[in-house]
Design a protein around this ligand. Structure first.
Ligand code: T1G
Length: 646
């Protein structure tokens, strides 16, 4: 039964029970309409509480219904029936009231929330705008500025912030349901949200500044601009007209490629660990060792500390250890300042440091994040083999080296795995879980559970040079070089990529990351005979000139106080290399850039799939969106190629 009614004296408690998140499916909507009729007709009922069973209040419309035609009753009609009821309805909110869930609560006449509850309108993250009155009711409860941020920014707010903003009437101090019933009894008559005037903007300039900032950051995601327009209509049009416009906009966006792409990624991110190996019983992990306190090691240590693990950081000497520990404490301090760590002292109390590996004797899992060199990593694993518990899991954070070769130094290779974190490790959500041949299934399951405990998206990868993401990245970097040989310029390629939705172009990105890192990797791969076909020397020549990018004031571009400029030096190197390769290098059409870039990404992705390195095309999309800034509203390279040829 999706919706049931109980009675507490003269108060009806209407409970939604639709696991896992009480999405407002068709059955829930129909059940709510029946509940409105039943409570209106019951002379023994004076007021109604709307509550949810399970882990959360309604977390939104059922996104799985969005690819099908809408089925009655529609959510706006259900909310209108509740709002126009003659008896007051009080929403009892716990967990996350999101999207249609918050819209339902705003259609009620009062709202009380559990102290830990969060509420928001994240529809823009799915390429939509609220479709059940959110853009018209929210500005009648909170200021225009907050309504704009919640709707066009898509981020939820806490119960405390909601109370301060008068989105809710109370925060429960004891039993939520009991206090909701008491609040319902106090309600003299329904306070209809649509009947209120808009709260208005405290500062019109601030509102406009926020709106233009959000439009600028949209980078081509249509729903953000549409959400700003909907909020402005909600503020200025009569309610009925604004509701009609909102619904029309929602329905149009729901069918758009961007919304389909965002729904694809939403579900793909939740399916990456469906593999049976990830479902085995995991080994218990509370104590984690991290070898190496550099950027990656300190980031991994911070990520683990912030999620409740005990961490022992190991470095080769006191000076390096102090530097690494300071990086960790710096990250924790800044997270605490941003309100992300309520109890900093308790977090720091779980942080240990040592130069002696013996400190890892009780570690359940150890991650090495030392210099990206095979011999160094093998030495670390050989030492760990002797000092750690036999069932401790040993993980390497390598971003492309052969994890089988590293595992092979262990007396029991089945306890080795790859955990490829992305920098900054305490922020980036992607974690490539790299499976060597000998890995045992419960080690895979433990890594999968760790990714979830760290709030990351774990994606299983086979062993190859660069795993899933770096393999595809190196393919599209090579294609970008070939575009220059064929006549394009660095700024032409970068502009086309930014116009497509990437945050920066491939050459701008190389200048930021440092050209020297990729140069070292190319030299290694050349020495190993892994680079076949014609070798384009442009980037090598920049490095030979010391042009390593922003950090040296020059790379693919020249950097000065005047800003970023195309470089004559680079253009002459490109011309020389074109000649050396016998290419004409005629002028190159802007429109041809992205098909070439996406084509290269998709071809390499198909190879990664065919070799079994990635389990599915969806996993590849999740990697490229979450690890390499592929625009989320394009759904990832495989989805983009599937629905519109790139
Ligand atoms: N519809 C359908 N399934 C959903 C769902 C939804 N809205 N939200 C979650 N699920 C499934 C999810 O696929 C997974 O399934 C399980 O629930 C647990 O999710 C009209 C149009 C609520 C914060 O955008 O943010 O309302 O993998 O792994 O980490 O204006 O889910 O177990 O089979 O994410 O604890 C607006 C989306 C919709 C909220 C819980 N609402 N969901 O996080 O668990 S549009 C949203 C979330 C809308 C109205 C508009 C999170 C969560 P499975 P999970 P979690």
């Amino acid at each position: 039964m999706s919706v049931s009614i109980d009675k507490q004296d003269r108060v009806a408690v209407v409970t939604i029970d639709n696991p896992p998140v009480n999405a407002s499916s068709q059955a829930v909507r129909a059940g709510l309409l029946e509940a409105v009729a039943a409570t209106e007709a019951d002379a023994d009922i004076d007021a109604v509480v709307l509550a949810c069973a399970g882990r959360t209040f309604v977390a939104g419309a059922d996104v799985r219904e969005f690819d099908k035609p809408p089925v009655e009753p529609h959510l706006p009609d259900v909310i209108a029936a509740i709002e126009s009821a003659s008896k007051p309805w009080v929403a009892a909110i716990h967990g996350t009231a999101l999207g249609g869930g918050l819209e339902l609560a705003m259609g009620c006449h009062a709202r009380i929330a559990d102290a830990k509850a969060r509420m928001g309108l994240p529809e823009v993250t799915l390429g939509l705008v609220p479709g059940a009155g959110g853009t018209v009711r929210l500005p009648r409860l909170v200021t225009a500025e907050l309504a704009l941020k919640m709707i066009a920014g898509g981020k939820p707010i806490s119960a405390k912030a909601a109370l301060e903003a008068r989105l809710i009437d109370a925060i429960a101090t004891g039993d939520l349901l009991e206090e909701a019933v008491a609040l319902a009894v106090e309600q003299a008559a329904p306070r209809r949200t649509l009947g209120k005037a808009v709260v208005g903007a405290i500062n019109a300039d601030a509102f406009d500044k926020t709106a233009s900032g959000l439009r600028r950051k949209a980078r081509g995601q249509a729903s953000i601009g549409a959400a700003i327009d909907a909020v402005e209509r909600g503020l200025h049009l009569p309610a009925d007209a604004a509701l009609a416009e909102e619904r029309a906009t929602f329905l149009a966006l729901k069918a758009s490629d961007q919304a389909r792409a965002l729904r694809h990624i939403f579900f793909a991110e939740r399916a990456t660990l469906a593999d049976p190996r990830a479902k085995q019983a995991p080994r218990p992990v509370t104590r984690i060792g991290v070898i190496g306190g550099g950027t990656m090691g300190a980031g991994i240590a911070s990520a683990c500390l912030m999620r409740g693990f005990h961490v022992m950081l190991i470095e080769r000497d006191e000076a390096s250890l102090e530097a690494g520990a300071n990086r960790v404490r710096g990250t924790l301090d800044s997270s605490a300042k941003r309100g992300l760590l309520p109890d900093l002292d308790a977090v720091v109390a779980r942080f240990g440091t040592a130069t002696d590996y013996a400190a890892l004797a009780d570690a359940d899992l150890v991650v090495e994040a030392v210099f990206e060199d095979m011999e160094v990593k093998k030495q670390v694993f050989a030492k760990l083999d002797t000092v750690t518990k036999p069932d401790a899991i040993l993980a390497t954070n390598t971003s492309y080296l052969d994890v089988n070769a590293i595992a092979a130094v262990l007396s029991d290779p089945s306890r080795a795995i790859g955990l490829h974190f992305f920098s900054p490790a305490h922020i980036m959500k992607l974690l490539e879980i790299v499976l060597p041949n000998a890995v045992s299934e419960d080690v895979v399951a433990t890594a999968a559970k760790l990714s979830k405990s760290l709030g990351k998206i774990g994606v299983l990868s086979g062993v190859c040079d660069g795993f899933i993401g770096n393999r595809i990245m190196s393919a599209y970097r090579s294609e970008a070089d070939r575009l220059l040989i064929d006549g394009a310029t660095p700024e032409q390629v970068d502009t086309a990529m930014r116009d497509y939705g990437f945050p920066i172009g491939v050459f701008e990105m190389q200048d930021m990351a440092g050209l020297d890192i990729a140069w070292a990797m190319r030299k290694r791969r050349l020495a190993e005979g892994k680079i076949t076909g014609p070798y384009i020397r442009m980037a090598d020549r920049l490095c030979e000139m010391g042009r390593f990018g922003r950090k040296t004031g020059a790379g693919w571009y020249d950097y000065s106080d005047a800003g970023t400029q195309p470089s004559e030096v680079v253009m002459s190197i490109i011309a020389e290399e074109r000649q050396a390769m016998g290419a004409e290098g005629s002028s190159f059409a802007d429109a041809d850039v992205m098909p070439r870039i996406l084509g290269a990404m998709t071809r390499e992705a198909e190879a990664v799939l065919a070799e079994g390195i990635a389990r599915s095309a969806d996993d590849i999309d999740v990697v490229m969106v979450n690890g390499y800034s592929f625009p989320r509203w394009k759904g990832g390279p495989m989805f983009a190629a599937r629905i519109n040829g790139g």
